[in-house]
Design a protein around this ligand. Structure first.
Ligand SMILES: Nc1ncnc2c1ncn2[C@@H]1O[C@H](COP(=O)(O)OP(=O)(O)OP(=O)(O)O)[C@@H](O)[C@H]1O
Length: 442
């Protein structure tokens, strides 16, 4: 039942269709050509067949179509009893008989066939879904089957499609693919005389195929050895309708992913920015709180070990350190006292002598005032001024640690009590230097 490809075959074999378009066939047509009993159509258009056409009286009982368009047939002996389609447009005969029914533009022999679903109760599926032959609403894989060598002309004859449908379902089942049913519809001949049939493949047990099912089924439909079709159809190829399944939904989901990622990324960036600003403010608040609780926290708390001051020019001493180096602030270590409090002589672990001014009750300042005083004293340096070496701000104590002046007080020097006698010239020089230093520090 395959397409006949040679004139010998054309005459000698039984074929459902004889299609030899544009094959440069020449000469008159023998009436025996139309006689085979199973013959359904003869398509010999666009050749150089000539002479007088005579179908005879012995043409095949199943013959439905004789297409002899665009040949050189000059005569046609009507009245043979053949009443099915005979196309002679483009022959000299139609120039002589333009009104003949055989000379009009042929209708496309299409069919409105569709796999029946008449046993289904009235169901309305949503926009994405179709009603399957098994009465389920689902999203089918849809495409067009193209048959290039089909050998029948009776497109209205549903038995062909029933066979095709059964053969395809058999293949799906033998491959254990998740197919519930298939639907064939709207068979038509395209511009190349290929038969096109719409195919809908419905998923089994679900509304939509998953990605694996989709790819396996579409790849099988593109596999020429996948299905053994009824002979009347011959080989086929399948073109997927890319608008209504994963390809389309892929686009939207990919777009969704891109939009979602962009929005998510922006929100994340915004949150990170806000978290950064919040953390910065919290850190600032914490620093301020720490500063309030301990105004010396931001200074490098190098422990006093007798080394030279490193930060802000002063060292931070602990109460215990000063207590230890003054022999527990013993009376023996007291150098004197002023408005601020008692001054004790102390010896640092390195052997450096220091004078420690311990604030008495009533001389205690606020922490910030104490800190400001330390900062101020640490910046004042002059050969005639005692340098501040450090401080202590612990356990409610406020102490200033100065370099120790070994020659006693000015009174001691003037009176000679210290053993160091100042001449009047030296006294005047010291006074002038002190005045200058005071002016510089003002
Ligand atoms: N750096 C020092 N080295 C040695 N002795 C010191 C030192 N500083 C103070 N003294 C001694 O301690 C005594 C008291 O000094 P202090 O500076 O407290 O008295 P002040 O001059 O009345 O000052 P203020 O009124 O500011 O407290 C001084 O008379 C001095 O004998």
């Amino acid at each position: 039942m395959r397409k006949c490809r040679s004139l010998v075959t054309l005459i000698g074999k039984l074929c459902a269709d004889r299609i030899m378009e544009r094959t440069q066939l020449q000469g008159p047509i023998n009436a025996t050509l139309f006689s085979p009993a199973q013959l359904q159509s003869i398509v010999l258009s666009n050749n150089q067949l000539n002479g007088s056409l005579d179908l005879g009286t012995n043409y095949g009982s199943q013959l439905l179509l004789v297409d002899l368009q665009n040949n050189s047939i000059s005569e046609f002996a009507q009245g043979t009893g053949y009443s099915k389609e005979l196309l002679l447009l483009g022959n000299p005969f139609c120039q002589k008989m333009p009104s003949s029914e055989n000379c009009i533009v042929p209708q496309q022999p299409n069919s409105s066939y569709a796999t029946p679903t008449e046993n289904c109760v009235a169901l309305s599926c949503n926009a994405q879904q179709l009603l399957s032959p098994n009465c389920n609403c689902a999203n089918p894989i849809t495409g067009i089957l193209h048959f290039r060598s089909f050998s029948f002309s009776d497109f209205q004859n549903g038995s062909y499609y029933t066979l095709l449908q059964a053969a395809m379902m058999e293949s799906f089942k033998s491959d254990q693919l998740p197919v519930d049913s298939i639907s064939l519809s709207v068979p038509l001949k395209d511009a190349y005389d290929y038969l096109e049939v719409r195919l809908d493949v419905f998923p089994s047990g679900v509304y939509v195929f998953n990605r694996t099912g989709f790819s396996v089924i579409t790849s099988q439909l593109n596999n020429v050895t996948f299905v053994k079709l009824p002979d009347a159809f011959g080989p086929f190829f399948f073109i997927l309708n890319t608008d209504n399944y994963f390809t389309g939904s892929n686009k939207s989901s990919n777009t969704g992913i891109v939009i979602g990622a962009a929005v998510g990324g922006s929100v994340l960036m915004l949150l990170l920015l806000m978290a950064g600003v919040y953390a910065f403010h919290q850190r600032k608040k914490a620093d301020q709180a720490t500063e309030l609780m301990n105004p010396f926290a931001s200074w490098d708390q190098n422990k006093a070990n007798g080394a030279a001051p490193q930060i802000k020019g002063v060292l931070s001493f602990s109460f215990e350190e000063l207590k230890k180096c003054t022999n527990n602030f013993s009376e023996d270590n007291a150098l004197g006292s002023g408005g601020y409090g008692t001054v004790y002589k102390g010896t640092l672990p390195t052997g450096v002598l220091v004078a420690i001014k311990r604030a008495k009750q009533g001389s205690l300042q606020g922490s910030h005032e104490f800190k400001t005083e330390i900062e101020l004293l640490s910046r004042v340096h002059h050969k005639n001024l005692v340098s501040l070496l450090g401080f202590c701000y612990q356990l409610g104590e406020q102490m200033l640690v100065y370099e120790y002046i070994k020659n006693g007080t000015l009174t001691d020097c003037i009176s000679g009590k210290s053993g160091f006698k100042l001449s009047w010239t030296k006294r005047l020089g010291i006074a002038i230097d002190s005045a200058r230093a005071n002016c510089k520090s003002c």
